[in-house]
Design a protein around this ligand. Structure first.
Ligand SMILES: [Fe+2]
Ligand SMILES: [Fe+2]
Length: 225
């Protein structure tokens, strides 16, 4: 479970075959972390073309030299995937990283805490970007609610969340338990409520307005974000 597939040592022409082979061998629900030396976007497009609805794609690191992304095999191979399912899965995934980060902080394992929080922050900022740039515009267009509806409120909360992410990261890098604890409690409060509103209202409403093809398009664009 959760092995690492580092393809940097392989000849570029052999990489995709190795990756699809590893994906084929995954049990449903299992994943590996792909490590590569460039943005693996062409690989994502190949996954979307050949394994639509069968995989998850979650970037962990986007460096100048190292790129890491989780490639998972979904348990359910449903062809009618909803936006709610996709974004809710990302909330749960991020919650688990945050949990790992909290334990590392509690144990004073600052190196790990800092690595975990970088993954969390990258993942959550990406998730927020997906909502603001892909999902919310669709919702706003379908409902005509832009400056006063739920997406307006969510966008305001995103600003607070992003500020908290930056303050927790600097507290973690400075190994400052008090600053980190303060940021964590503020973030937990804000995010719990925020995610609940999205999962109970905004995402299901969006699914309601969208056709199957539009939902699939939103998910594909989200994966590539
Ligand atoms: Fe959000
Ligand atoms: Fe969200």
């Amino acid at each position: 479970m959760g092995g690492i597939l580092d393809v940097r040592a392989l000849a570029p022409k052999d990489r995709h075959a190795g990756i699809f082979g590893a994906f084929k061998d995954l049990a449903p629900g299992d994943y590996f972390v792909l490590v590569n030396d460039h943005d693996p976007k062409p690989l994502l497009y190949q996954f979307q073309a050949e394994h639509d609805n069968e995989f998850e794609w979650w970037p962990l690191e986007r460096g100048t030299e190292v790129w890491r992304v989780i490639i998972a095999k979904r348990e359910a191979k449903d062809t009618h995937r909803t936006v709610t399912d996709y974004l809710q899965t990302d909330h749960r995934r991020l919650d688990a990283i945050f949990e790992r980060f909290s334990r590392a902080v509690k144990d004073g394992r600052w190196e790990e805490a800092s690595k975990d929080f970088r993954e969390f922050s990258l993942g959550l900022k990406r998730h927020i970007g997906v909502e603001e740039e892909i999902l919310f515009p669709v919702f706003e267009e379908k409902t005509g609610m832009k400056d006063s509806g739920p997406t307006f409120v969510m966008r305001e909360e995103h600003k607070d969340i992003k500020a908290l992410l930056d303050s927790i990261l600097s507290g973690t890098d400075a190994k400052n338990p008090a600053a980190v604890a303060k940021g964590m409690s503020a973030l937990t409060n804000t995010l719990g409520d925020h995610n609940m509103k999205e999962e109970q209202i905004l995402y299901p409403e969006s699914d309601h307005f969208l056709s199957d093809a539009e939902r699939s398009d939103v998910i594909k664009r989200a994966q590539a974000a």
